[in-house]
Design a protein around this ligand. Structure first.
Ligand code: NAI
Length: 256
């Protein structure tokens, strides 16, 4: 039996992953805005601090795995604050608890949207850790009518943060694999409004082509997150695993 902390546990991919881990006999501490063991708003510094404080209180200072699923896809700076800064704070804040755990593992959720051209100003500010500048860059993109780039930029930035961070002394050096799953289109409350509208669905399918099996259900993404967070994963780290029905291969071709 392992102890997992999973953000975004109240809905979609996070909820399906929590259910899968509980079915496998593990203890899962969910975190979300509501409807989970830990209530924390990962868009704010106070909420991020609340997450780590509550995690300490609810465990004996040990976690075996952290899975960061919480995310948003609005054309708003908030999307960047949750998807990038909230995810980084989750992983950095809980890393000391992982260091005290057994076969510790960490996984976050990027997206195939990370391969769409990002907004460099957003990505650079995020990777520099400057939340105010990143929010300003996101707002500038929205004001230019390019609000759609905020989500992809948040997922691109978190994927690059992962590549840099996974191989450092704090993670690889401490024996903690750190990976990401990048889904294609998954049928969840996040995508339901888009997929329910015929015209929007065409736009989504044109930007995320999925020749293998089409749209995924959250239960089809959960096993990959569970495996990356399991002791069976000894040597996969710093990877962004596309669980996207072939979207990345379609969009980027035979680049290795
Ligand atoms: P969802 O909307 O069903 O679940 C996301 C959860 O995150 C919700 O329970 C929500 O309350 C929580 N959340 C949002 N803002 C938060 C905040 N400030 N603090 C704490 N929790 C917060 O969405 P879904 O589809 O399950 O998405 C999960 C992750 O997968 C997200 O990071 C999303 O970007 C990513 N993803 C989703 C895809 C899809 O097609 N559904 C595709 C690729 C990536």
């Amino acid at each position: 039996r392992r102890t997992y902390l999973l953000t975004g546990a109240a809905s979609g991919i996070g909820r399906a992953t929590a259910a899968r881990l509980r079915d496998d006999g593990h203890t899962v501490l969910g975190a979300d805005l509501q409807g989970a063991e830990i209530t924390a708003d990962l868009a704010t510094p106070a909420g991020r601090a609340e997450l780590t404080e509550r995690a300490h209180e609810l465990t004996d200072g040990r976690l075996d795995a952290v899975i960061a699923c919480a995310g948003l896809a609005h054309f708003r700076p908030l999307t960047l604050q949750v998807n990038y800064f909230g995810a980084v704070a989750t992983l950095e804040g809980l890393r000391p608890l992982l260091a005290a755990g057994s076969d510790p593992r960490a996984v976050l959720v990027s997206s195939v949207a990370a391969v769409h051209p990002p907004d460099p100003a957003i990505v650079d500010a995020a990777l520099a850790g400057d939340e105010d500048a990143a929010v300003a860059a996101a707002q500038a993109a929205i004001d230019r009518g390019e609000g759609h780039t905020v989500y992809g930029s948040s997922k691109h930035a978190i994927a690059r943060w992962l590549r840099r961070t996974a191989i450092t002394d704090d993670w690889a050096g401490a024996g903690i694999p750190l990976n990401a799953v990048a889904p294609g289109t998954v049928v969840t409350p996040m995508t339901a409004p888009l997929l329910g509208d015929a015209a929007m669905r065409e736009v989504v399918d044109a930007s995320v082509p999925m020749p293998l099996h089409g749209h995924a259900r959250p239960e089809q993404i959960a096993p990959l997150l569970a495996w990356l967070a399991s002791p069976d994963n000894t040597h996969v780290t710093g990877q962004i695993l596309f669980a996207d029905g072939g979207a990345d291969a379609t969009l980027r071709g035979d680049t290795a």
